[in-house]
Ligand binder design. Structure first.
Ligand SMILES: [Zn+2]
Length: 245
């Protein structure tokens, strides 16, 4: 398997939460990863990467995306992003932020607040994307339910921030044929979960991302940036029974 083509769109969730879950990255690892990216490529915003992703020479472009919206992302990752003036995308799940209830109960996973979202927006560094209202698995959601959920999410984001989200990412990364037409109707792009790890796909509604995980540290992170997940990801998808894009 050769090196990946196109930009790498990285998925982060929690930073420095100390919960020991794969969906978090320690603050020191996050800093080291940002150092590595600065030395080895260019961090660009999502819109730039989407517009140029099929062109040669974009292999060293990286996009930082943060899913769900956690308080630690604002407290620990955002100051670093601001200090270094790095563009990033937040794919926000609206129910936790609107209700104050954690998306995944279990401590230290408090949702980000609307005020925090607004602060980051005002920096000009953030692209605010949508990630549903309820974070349901779109594979088991009807088209009508998907539309209702996504419209609720869009309306909340618009009423709280004044901006309608243009980009979407599927919960758990699971693409769904039923939701696909609704997503195409409401957004200009959609990313899926792990996928094979490259952002060069022609269809802007099935763009892959690379999850960055607790066990990656710096060594595995570098390897992922060069080669994506490929074999590891095929196995993970098989174990989860997922055969989508
Ligand atoms: Zn999510």
């Amino acid at each position: 398997m050769g090196p990946l083509r196109g930009p790498r769109i990285l998925i982060y969730h929690q930073i420095g939460a100390g919960l020991g879950r794969e969906m978090e990255v320690s603050l020191s690892a996050f800093k080291a990863q940002m150092d590595w990216l600065a030395d080895n490529g260019e961090i660009v915003d999502l819109e730039t990467a989407l517009a140029t992703r099929t062109q040669p020479g974009t292999e060293n472009q990286y996009v930082l995306t943060f899913d769900d919206g956690y308080d630690d992302m604002f407290r620990l990752a955002y100051p670093l992003l601001l200090d270094r003036q790095l563009p990033f995308t937040l794919y926000l799940t609206t129910h936790p932020t609107e209700s104050g209830e954690p998306l995944f109960p279990g401590g230290s996973a408090e949702p980000i607040t609307w005020d925090q979202v607004k602060t980051m927006r005002e920096s000009g560094l953030m692209t605010l994307g949508a990630h549903t209202h309820r974070h349901g698995d779109m594979r088991t959601t009807s088209r009508g339910e998907a539309r209702e959920d996504l419209e609720r999410s869009n309306e909340l984001i618009e009423s709280r921030t004044g901006e309608r989200p243009r980009h979407f990412t599927y919960p758990w990364g699971y693409w769904s044929a039923d939701a696909d037409p609704v997503v195409r109707d409401l957004y200009v792009s959609a990313t899926v979960g792990s996928g094979v790890g490259s952002g060069d796909q022609a269809d802007e509604f099935k763009v892959n991302r690379i999850p960055v995980q607790l066990s990656d540290g710096v060594v595995f992170f570098k390897r992922k940036m060069h080669r994506g997940l490929q074999a590891e990801d095929k196995l993970r998808r098989k174990l989860r029974g997922y055969a989508g894009p």
